[in-house]
Write a protein that binds this ligand. Structure first.
Ligand SMILES: Nc1ncnc2c1ncn2[C@@H]1O[C@H](COP(=O)(O)OP(=O)(O)O)[C@@H](O)[C@H]1O
Ligand SMILES: [Mg+2]
Length: 396
């Protein structure tokens, strides 16, 4: 690595110059590689003496001496007793960088002037460049650090997502429970209102000026009752009936039901059903409800027509297989500020056009009940995409 003694090597020249100025016998750059001290450029040291010096530096007794020079930033010396092979009686270590020392052999003690020369020589020196080994080690460390950082980032965002989902789920559960309680309370009185209004209307003369008002009462209370019924359905989700079912069959059933609606709404269906999809365990009626809700929303989002894409597939994620159902529209899209709220019960932007805000919260409830996930992507005036992920059983 460093021990080519090129005459033009500035480090070598520096060692040579300082040795001549201070009457030193030899000098060598030395640096730590892992646990071992190694030699870099050397001046006036034969191959066998180099080996000797390396061995000497790595003796346990040398550790304090070298470590002291390195961490203290000051020259340290040692007296040699029986070391004729190193050709000197004293050895000095001068710090020459964060991990580098210059080790100098001398016959006599170096006086303050000589020591200053060594110190200055080291200070003004370009320190030896890192060895190819050190460079590749550094590069490797950088790559490892980058990988670790990426992994950490991924874990942090996964954690955040999980937290957000948990909060959302808790919120939905709380609101859902409350809504179910309220629905229960309202169901009976509403039935009474509807019943007695119907009776009153029957008794009312056809030309009564009250008729229009009462008809409005009847219409509105029926609407309220239907909302309450749907809420109660939502609350009854616990009773499920799971069987192995073919998602494509369910999708085809729903498409058949909505074909007419699509046609009159000028909506072009694009259906891509995955072939030979494995059957997942699901409650057919509930999943049907999910498909209906998603398709209905897509149709409402395209009042002036568009394209409705329905796609089923089997895909891996998180080390398992999932059945996916994607419903995409080219409709009005969902503004970002609404995106976080669309699964909340009663959140609707179609309140004036018969929206109840229950479709997606029911959908969400059903999908999570199936240990599944639901993903939304949307861009205003471009369209929305809802993807339902239903897990297949763990591979046996
Ligand atoms: N495909 C879609 N495109 C645009 N907006 C949508 C779509 N699906 C749902 N939304 C928005 O989410 C809201 C809630 O949907 P949902 O729970 O089904 O209730 P509702 O359909 O009764 O309004 C809708 O009012 C609408 O603002
Ligand atoms: Mg809806």
């Amino acid at each position: 690595m460093y021990n080519q003694r090129m005459a033009e090597n500035p480090l070598f020249l520096r060692l040579k110059e300082a040795c001549q100025l201070t009457d030193a016998c030899w000098a060598a750059y030395t640096f730590r590689e892992g646990d071992v001290w190694r030699l870099g450029d050397v001046y006036h040291l034969s191959k066998s003496s180099q080996a000797m010096l390396t061995a000497f530096l790595n003796e346990p007794g040398s550790a304090t001496w070298l470590g002291g020079a390195l961490t203290g930033g000051r020259a340290r010396s040692r007296t040699l007793q029986d070391r004729s092979s190193l050709g000197c009686t004293r050895v000095y270590a001068f710090p020459a960088g964060l991990m580098t020392l210059v080790v100098v052999g001398a016959q006599a003690e170096l006086d303050t002037r000589a020591q200053r020369i060594w110190k200055l020589a080291m200070l003004s020196d370009p320190f030896p460049p890192p060895s190819p080994g050190e460079v590749s080690l550094l590069q490797q460390t950088v790559i490892e650090l980058q990988n670790t950082q990426q992994e950490l980032q991924a874990r942090i965002s996964a954690q955040r997502e999980a937290e957000a989902r948990l909060i959302q789920a808790a919120k939905l559960a709380a609101v859902g429970e409350m809504a179910a309680g309220v629905a229960h309370e309202l169901n009976n009185p509403l039935t009474t209102v509807v019943g007695f209004t119907e009776l009153a209307l029957e008794e009312l003369p056809l030309d009564s000026p009250l008729r229009r008002d009462l008809e409005l009462v009847l219409k509105e209370s029926r609407r309220a009752r239907s909302v309450v019924r749907r809420l109660l359905d939502f609350a009854r989700q616990g009773e499920t009936n799971r069987v192995k079912a073919d998602i494509n069959e369910i999708v085809e059933d729903v498409l058949l039901l909505t074909k007419h609606l699509m046609h009159t709404n000028n909506v072009q269906p694009v259906v891509r059903l995955g072939e030979n999809l494995p059957w997942a365990s699901m409650d057919r009626n509930q999943i049907k409800q999910v498909v209906i809700n998603l398709i209905n929303n897509a149709l409402y989002a395209m009042p002036r027509g568009g394209q409705l894409e329905v796609e089923t597939a089997c895909q891996p994620r998180y080390n398992r297989q999932w059945i996916t159902l994607a419903v995409r529209d080219t409709g009005v899209g969902i503004p970002p500020e609404n995106l976080a709220r669309i699964f909340e019960p009663f959140f609707t932007t179609r309140g004036d056009r018969g929206g109840t805000g229950l479709g997606l919260s029911v959908t969400y409830g059903i999908v999570t009940e199936h240990s599944g996930m639901i993903e939304v992507e949307s861009e205003v005036n471009v369209g929305s995409s809802f993807i339902v992920w239903l897990p297949l059983e763990e591979a046996a």
